[in-house]
Ligand binder design. Structure first.
Ligand SMILES: Cc1ncc(COP(=O)(O)O)c(C=O)c1O
Length: 382
């Protein structure tokens, strides 16, 4: 039987059984609407508020500063649009880093099409935000600056606290997409100095379709989704109670296990990386401090899509930086922003480990990747 190894935790993670157990009652008998005044509604309300406190605890926020949403993507959209909507001219522009997730980047681009000034800040060859470039681009016309904490493709950590100091000194609000950092490195919204911060449950062994936006107390924000008064008028719609409860437990577990899990996963990632970098013509993409679970490696002369398919056939799940776009495959905007040549971008694989990953898994994956690269190179040569 084929041995399966999942090394794509930056795409999504398995739901922790403890998370599932906590969610199930709210999909069965405890089906109340948290806005209902009766006992069934109040049971749901209590569970949502307990989850809010747990999620707040993961990032050092107050529970009232957490707004539940339906995804990290919705939170990113809300941060950019919600914080710029009340802004007064001339302070209406947006500055985002070049390596943001499409949830930020495409929102910013849509806002540009709608007439706002949107400026993209550069990163260096290692994939780290260029703070001098940011400082030059943030000014009196900037309403919001958005910088992610950890990049989803390289895992490289960004100087968010420094970026926030620059932005706030110039009067702008700061949003941080911390979706890929949560559960991997400690996060403290006060130490980061951000006004808005995005999280997503399914990247920390919680369910899909549950996210949140931290909104610092007093931050002016217009809701993206309108309707009822849920989430203190900041996000309308009946709460996804089971999802929110699962998010809360996932956040509590992530916080509890953070240090031991980060050490364990980093050792496995380094072991895998060492093996893969020993392959002829392999290069690591991304420099500097990284989250413990991610590595991004290019294999000279190979097409990453073909390699991914070969690995999939052998049960090893990884990802390429490329995303399917209308009309074909679009090479990674992150690796391109780092100035990597097209051949290197097109030959890059992302391998991301998680809570269930074992030493046997990484050793097997290293064997399979090494063999597949060798085989593909021999086929090309013949
Ligand atoms: C950095 C980053 N931001 C935002 C998202 C979007 O989160 P969601 O899948 O919950 O919409 C992702 C998911 O891949 C991500 O990696």
């Amino acid at each position: 039987m084929i041995r399966r190894v999942y090394l794509d935790h930056n795409a999504t993670t398995p739901v922790d059984p403890r998370v599932l157990d906590a969610m199930l009652p709210f999909l069965r008998g405890d089906y109340g609407n948290p806005s209902s005044l009766h006992w069934l509604g109040q049971r749901a309300r209590g569970a949502v508020e307990e989850a809010r406190a747990r999620v707040a605890g993961l990032v050092g926020a107050e529970p009232a500063e957490i707004v539940f949403t339906a995804s990290g993507t919705e939170s990113d959209n809300t941060a950019l649009r919600g914080a710029t909507a009340p802004a007064k001219a001339p302070r209406t522009g947006v500055v985002v880093s070049a390596i943001e997730h499409h949830a930020v980047l495409n929102t910013a681009k849509a806002m540009r099409d709608e007439g706002r000034v949107v400026v993209i800040a550069r990163v260096d060859a290692g994939g780290i935000l260029d703070l001098d470039d940011l400082a030059a681009k943030v000014g009196d016309g900037t309403a919001v600056v958005s910088v992610m904490l950890a990049n989803n493709e390289t895992g490289v950590l960004q100087p968010v606290a420094e970026a926030a100091r620059i932005a706030r000194a110039r009067g702008a609000l700061v949003h941080c997409d911390a979706v890929q950092a949560a559960g991997k490195v400690p996060i403290d919204v006060r130490a980061l100095g951000v006004d808005l911060l995005t999280l997503s449950a399914h990247k920390i062994c919680g369910p899909k379709g549950a996210g949140c936006l931290y909104v610092r107390r007093g931050t002016p924000m217009t809701p993206l989704v309108r309707g009822g008064a849920q989430e203190r008028n900041r996000r309308a719609g009946t709460e996804n109670v089971a999802g929110v409860v699962g998010f809360g437990v996932a956040a509590a577990l992530a916080r509890e296990d953070l240090e031991t899990e980060a050490r364990r996963v980093a050792a496995l990632r380094d072991r895998l990386e060492q093996r893969l970098l020993a392959v002829n013509g392999a290069h690591r993409n991304g420099e500097g401090p990284r989250v413990p679970n991610t590595t991004n490696i290019s294999f000279e002369g190979l097409d990453a899509e073909a390699l991914l398919i070969a690995l999939d056939l052998e049960g090893v799940a990884v990802s390429t930086g490329a995303a399917c776009a209308a009309g074909g495959i679009e090479p990674s905007h992150v690796l391109r922003a780092m100035g990597l040549p097209p051949e290197r971008v097109e030959s890059s694989l992302r391998l991301s480990l998680g809570r269930g990953t074992t030493e046997t898994d990484v050793d097997h994956a290293a064997d399979v990747v090494t063999a597949a690269v060798g085989r593909m190179r021999r086929t090309r040569a013949s």
